[in-house]
Design a protein around this ligand. Structure first.
Ligand SMILES: NC(=O)c1ccc[n+]([C@@H]2O[C@H](COP(=O)([O-])OP(=O)(O)OC[C@H]3O[C@@H](n4cnc5c(N)ncnc54)[C@H](OP(=O)(O)O)[C@@H]3O)[C@@H](O)[C@H]2O)c1
Length: 253
């Protein structure tokens, strides 16, 4: 089986670093046209061929801001011509201990929900709406987390709760719009060696993370990209609604 994404247009949020960047890189290598979204870190790939470069577009938005999120979607449609696949990857993990002042605790919950859940819902809504209007098929791939199923540590309650919301949202979309040829998938990574995990490792130590997994090495961002590329191709649409664990055997359920 060959996976060729030529002719597919894909928006990847949070493609400036970590998992999103590795996903965007693989999609470009597989022939897709990609809008790589970023917030503060400009998107930069140092190893693209000329043809890959010609299929890369970038768009900036703070996904905590609904208006900026809507503008990003419009820009993606304009630059890509049409959207075939939406990959909601951008996310934040803010430690918010129960012992914090009320104001700080609430501020972190609100920020987490805005980026991790509300922006995902908004982009899904815009994409589904567009696909229904145009009578076109579409694919949504939402990056949730193992934390949605296993739970997280005491400091990351908001993070786990936001990812639980992403799982329910994705499953509901899959069931609601399957007949219109819209598929929706959840990816549930465990620890992946990115800036986000680095913060956690700083707090809890590398042994905590390594002892948790069945495989010898931590998952790297590029370990997620092949499965996501397959899902983006449409070849696995009969798995719609499904959740795919990529957690190095740290949580098998
Ligand atoms: N790493 C893990 O261990 C792990 C585990 C389970 C799930 N996940 C999930 O996987 C996804 C990617 O995580 P990662 O580890 O690759 O994270 P990361 O290295 O911290 O990168 C986060 C990405 O999200 C973007 N972003 C952050 N805040 C934003 C905002 N307010 N508006 C728009 N974009 C924003 C960042 O953009 P800038 O670079 O421009 O700031 C960056 O591209 C997240 O949804 C995360 O929850 C990660």
């Amino acid at each position: 089986m060959q996976i060729d994404l030529t002719g597919k247009s894909i928006l990847v949020t949070g493609a400036s670093r970590g998992i999103g960047k590795a996903i965007a890189r693989q999609l470009l290598a597989s022939g897709a046209q990609v809008m790589a979204h970023y917030h503060r870190t400009p998107v930069s790939f140092d190893d693209l061929s000329k043809t890959e470069q010609s299929r890369l577009f970038t768009g900036q938005a703070d996904l905590a801001d609904a208006q900026q999120t809507i503008r990003l979607f419009d820009l993606a449609n304009k630059q890509l011509g049409q959207l075939d696949v939406l990959i909601n990857n951008a996310g934040i993990a803010l430690a918010s201990p129960l012992t914090e002042a009320d104001e700080d605790f609430l501020q972190k919950w609100q920020a987490t929900m805005a980026v991790n859940l509300q922006a995902v819902a908004l982009l899904c809504r815009l994409a589904v709406w567009q696909w229904l209007k145009d009578s076109r098929p579409g694919i949504i791939i939402n990056i949730a987390s193992r934390a949605a199923f296993r739970g997280d540590t005491a400091d990351y309650l908001a993070y786990a709760a936001s990812k639980g919301g992403v799982v329910s949202l994705t499953r509901s979309l899959a069931r609601a719009y399957g007949k219109q040829n819209i598929a929706a998938f959840t990816i549930a990574p465990g620890f992946v060696s990115t800036d986000m995990a680095a913060d956690f490792i700083k707090d809890y130590g590398e042994d905590y993370v390594k002892n948790d997994i069945a495989l010898p090495e931590l998952t790297r961002p590029q370990d997620l990209a092949p499965l996501i590329t397959l899902l983006a191709s449409g070849l696995a649409n009969h798995a719609t609604g499904g959740t795919f664990d990529i957690n190095a055997g740290s949580y098998v359920h």
